[in-house]
Ligand binder design. Sequence first.
Ligand SMILES: Nc1ncnc2c1ncn2[C@@H]1O[C@H](COP(=O)(O)OP(=O)(O)OP(=O)(O)O)[C@@H](O)[C@H]1O
Ligand SMILES: CC(C)(CO)[C@@H](O)C(=O)[O-]
Ligand code: BAL
Length: 330
Amino acid sequence: MSTLSSIPILDSVVSCRAWRNKAFDEKKSVGFVPTMGALHAGHLSLVRRSLAENDLTVVSIFVNPAQFAPHEDLRTYPRTLPQDLERLETQRVTVANVERTPSAVFLPAVPDMYPSGINQDVSLQKGAFVEITGYSHRMEGASRPTFFRGVATVVTKLFNIVQPTNAYFGQKDIQQALLLRRMCRDLFFAYPAADRVHIVPTERDPVDGLALSSRNVYLSADERPFAVALYRALQAAESAWIQGATKQECIAMALAVVEHSKTQAAAKGVDMKLDYIEINDSETFEILNDGEHKQSESLGKGPVILSGAVWMGKTRLIDNIVIGDHTSRV
Ligand SMILES: Nc1ncnc2c1ncn2[C@@H]1O[C@H](COP(=O)(O)OP(=O)(O)OP(=O)(O)O)[C@@H](O)[C@H]1O
Ligand SMILES: CC(C)(CO)[C@@H](O)C(=O)[O-]
Ligand code: BAL
């Protein structure tokens, strides 16, 4: 155990297991917040939720090479460990007159997490990997075909090491959270059980509503004002949906908002490119048919996900709005 901060740092799988065994002995519940660091208020809202609901809270910081395709930004991904530790130290929640603060930070090294080694090229990978098939090819999976394999694999490892009672993920990465819930259900995880995988609402910039994201630091001052166009487009589609528009009409509304911002951005020399905007079923992630609109909820079909991704120059941002109650699922 290292002591770079007032919060104990567990810098190996062995030390994390020992920490967890002690918590088992003491019959303490453990909340877990997996992150890749560069912590912002979105991460901290997950931490506070865990503090409120568990005796102990552990946060992992691990930039997972397996979820980055070879052409993606693994090398430049923001790494801000000293600030991350400072931010975690400020988090506290009082429960029954007892103040809770984060109990430990798990900071494993890449060789510790990948004992057989790790190559970002899937065709060269060796060892055990986890795939959630049939549900990973739409939305983010369509644009990042190896992403969920990398996420499911590292989160399986993290869950096996930390063995959390509860785990917390952000709605910003809604498909990731729902797929991980499905993984826990399909593979009979006990720590956490599928219904202990919690989805926490997206924290947004208080001024314009941009979803907080570690990658926002890549945005230049010129790009930043246009980055919220995706959220505005999703909001436009949402209100059309609520008024009973067809799926195609909702998408058309959203595309018009993006087009408008794109033209304004281009006038300022900012390059903006839409990756996708879609409306998908929250269970299967299949794209909704044009005929399926808001009546799908009253027919008992449950919530739908309005989501998208946009490139602002070299930065890829995602966002979503869930229509209906996704917390009732799984
Ligand atoms: N704005 C946010 N509100 C709530 N949770 C969030 C937000 N942003 C990220 N999270 C959640 O924090 C956890 C860790 O995410 P991660 O460390 O990848 O940060 P990130 O901001 O999503 O980074 P990136 O820019 O790489 O997508 C995930 O469960 C993610 O969904
Ligand atoms: C869940 C996660 C920590 C796995 O590396 C990552 O995908 C993230 O931060 O969202
Ligand atoms: N929050 C998702 C992590 C990633 O984009 O790699």
